[in-house]
Design a protein around this ligand. Structure first.
Ligand code: NPQ
Ligand code: MG
Length: 368
């Protein structure tokens, strides 16, 4: 496979409702896309870095710069080019896993479209559908939160995740349990908003039978999570902390988590994400697929990943309609609380030309 052109695009897609987390509020998804044309096929990659470096150190403008200045020359020098060669070729550049992952995704999509194989088949999907969960942003008003949960349960979502922060935690969980009962699969995500001193608050969640508490402490506080895990009964799940398969294995072996959220962008791409799945499976630690408000492109890859055997908990793989009135690709529609793994070559979906034109805010060829 030989690269003929590389284009970087920025798309801005309005969110159906603002999404508030402990690190900020988003009203649009501003995503960086990589569009490759090779002699064999086209490929699309989506970078999950946000507009500002609040969730993680990466941000969309920075990702575009590091791709153009440092990754592109390395990619163009790979011979023969395939997705497996991308991460090793970029490994001498420190960090930037989301930018690396976007490039690997684009190369993999092109490679699979050329060979006619689906992303799901390549990555090892073991089923044709995946269970959907939904992530609900922090609400000022508990009545509004209950209405949202009610609506998502009516839609068929099989698991509810509440974003929490200090002061917006136990009361929200209690209200949801009181209204909807103990059978609803329920979990919380703190996006690192707590400290080692908050053990008592987090232990106050124990009576509510949550599936897990996601990333209560700072990303680099593996020891703090290990201590916390011994002082609460709710399983600890790590998200931001897990930057590689090796770190996943170490965090589990140190007792810092009993469940892992897998996000390809955070670990440098879908191939490393599969290795995270594998080390967790070896240790009998369940995993689930996280979400980064992906367009249909990233959503397609996530749904394929979430079909691997050890993804035994519903993921943040929601329907397109959870986030967007109109998706960039054909929408992912939930049926009976599940999404179908795309079956076409590569990602199995592509941007619809008219939607791409309307959502694009900038585009530039960086090669060819
Ligand atoms: C999480 N996702 O699990 C993330 C957080 C998150 C679905 O809860 C733009 C880019 C907005 C990345 C909002 C979910 C984002 C983002 C939230 C990531 O921690
Ligand atoms: Mg999270």
């Amino acid at each position: 496979m030989k690269i003929q052109s590389v284009e970087l695009l920025r798309v801005e897609i309005p969110l159906v409702t603002p999404f508030r987390t402990s690190f900020g509020t988003d009203t649009v998804r501003d995503a960086l896309l990589v569009h490759l044309v090779t002699d064999a096929a086209e490929g699309w990659g989506e970078c999950v870095a946000d507009r500002e470096p609040l969730y993680s150190a990466e941000w969309a403008d920075g990702a575009a710069m590091v791709i153009e200045r440092f990754f592109l020359p390395r990619i163009l020098a790979i011979d023969p080019l395939d997705a497996e060669a991308v991460a090793p070729a970029l490994a001498d550049v420190e960090g930037h896993p989301m930018a690396k992952g976007a490039l690997e995704m684009a190369v993999l999509d092109a490679q699979l479209r050329a060979s006619g194989e689906s992303f799901g088949s390549y990555i090892g999907a073991a089923r044709a559908h995946v269970d959907c969960g939904v992530s609900i942003g922090i609400q000022d008003d508990l009545g509004r939160l209950l209405d949202l949960v009610d609506g998502y349960l009516s839609d068929g979502y099989r698991r509810i995740k509440l974003k929490i922060e200090p002061g917006n935690d136990v009361a929200a969980v209690r209200a949801v349990r009181e209204r909807f009962g103990d059978d609803v699969l329920l979990q919380v995500d703190a996006n690192a908003a707590y400290t080692r001193a908050d053990g008592a608050t987090l232990a106050a969640l124990d009576p509510f039978g949550l599936l897990l508490i996601e990333q209560p402490l700072a990303p680099d506080d593996i020891v703090g999570h290990a201590r916390l895990a011994r002082s609460v009964t709710t399983p600890i799940c790590l998200d931001e902390s897990i930057t590689s398969a090796r770190l996943a294995a170490d965090a589990i072996d140190l007792g810092a988590c009993a469940i892992v959220n897998v996000k390809a962008g955070r670990v440098g791409g879908y191939l490393e994400a599969r290795r995270v799945h594998d080390v967790c499976a070896t240790r009998n630690v369940p995993v689930w697929c996280g979400g980064m408000l992906e367009t249909g492109l990233g959503r397609a890859a996530n749904v394929a990943l979430a079909a691997l055997p050890n993804f035994t908990l519903p993921g943040d793989t929601s329907a397109s309609a959870r986030y967007f009135a109109e998706d960039l690709t054909e929408p992912f529609i939930m049926v009976d609380g599940r999404l179908a793994v795309p079956e076409g070559p590569g990602l199995g979906v592509a941007p619809r030309p008219d939607a791409l034109e309307r959502f694009t805010t900038a585009r530039r060829h960086i090669h060819g």
